[in-house]
Design a protein around this ligand. Structure first.
Ligand code: ADP
Ligand code: MG
Length: 250
């Protein structure tokens, strides 16, 4: 069964239609890269899937729970209990880390597990230390975000997302705010997560990385999904829009 299913999603900002009839499915453990030019709607799609934006119409189903569907032309969201259940199953890693500046690393990671998921503090901290260790940040538990490099900050925000043990983890250009020399360390961490059998949907412009780790790649252009296929097929595509986009990376 699909862990995530999106059907005929539509989203406009005022008169600008940003998502047009978007449908996709992700299976358990699948790694999907979402690529496309700036302004094609990638972030808006991830924001809709994480309820940071509301959709105009269409359906989103997470692990069998309907988050939103359309009834008589209007979108209808599930009740709070279902939405909370869904929120615990998904995580989002932002381009600009979005750490709490006034909390240290440990508290950044344990805040949601303790206060949103109700996990006992001791257990949440144990998990946090395990994650910090795994992500090469063992000595940073007491540090504050301003004391971290961009690469370290992004690894902390990945640890924070992992602390809730999501079934689906979304990344929105996780390395595009980083200097090239820090990009590698974050890509390496993301690559190391591929063994966890967690579904990952990654918006990225790192084409070699995407090609390498993805089971599927989805190319979006001007609010539509142009292609949804394997990396090998995408890079051999005959589609003019796909070729024009990929051509920019050579
Ligand atoms: P991408 O992430 O692919 O670069 P976005 O989803 O950020 O694309 O943006 C898609 C389009 O939607 C762009 O034209 C952008 O200006 C517009 N947009 C995004 N967010 C808003 C918003 N909150 N209000 C108005 N327009 C927006
Ligand atoms: Mg974006």
């Amino acid at each position: 069964m699909s862990i995530l299913e999106v059907k005929n999603l539509e989203k406009s900002f005022d008169n600008l239609q940003v998502l047009k009839d978007i449908s996709l499915k992700a299976d358990n453990g699948e790694i999907i890269s979402l690529i496309g030019s700036s302004g094609s709607g990638k972030s808006t799609l991830l924001r809709c899937l994480n309820r940071l934006e509301t959709v105009d119409s269409g359906e989103i189903i997470v692990d069998g729970d309907i988050m939103v569907s359309t009834l008589n032309g209007k979108s209808v969201y599930a009740n709070e209990t279902v939405l909370k259940n869904i929120r615990m199953k998904t995580g989002l890693v932002f381009q600009n880390f979005n750490l709490f500046p006034h909390y240290n690393v440990l508290r950044n990671i344990t805040e949601a597990p303790i206060f949103a998921a109700g996990i006992p503090k001791e257990e949440a901290e144990k998990t946090a230390f395990e994650l910090l260790d795994k992500l090469g940040l063992k000595d940073k538990a007491e540090a504050y975000p301003y004391q971290l490099s961009g690469g370290q900050s992004q690894r902390v925000s990945i640890a924070r997302a992992l602390a809730l043990k999501p079934k689906v983890l979304f990344f929105d250009e996780p390395t595009s705010a980083l200097d090239p020399e820090l990009t590698g360390e974050v890509l390496k961490v993301i690559r190391s997560l591929t063994s966890l059998n967690m579904t990952m949907i990654i918006v990225t412009h790192e084409m070699d990385f995407a090609r390498d780790i993805s089971n599927r790649m989805i190319f979006m252009d001007q609010g539509v999904i142009v292609e949804d296929t394997t990396p090998a097929e995408l890079f051999n595509s005959n589609n003019e829009r796909t070729k024009a986009f990929l051509g920019k990376f050579h």
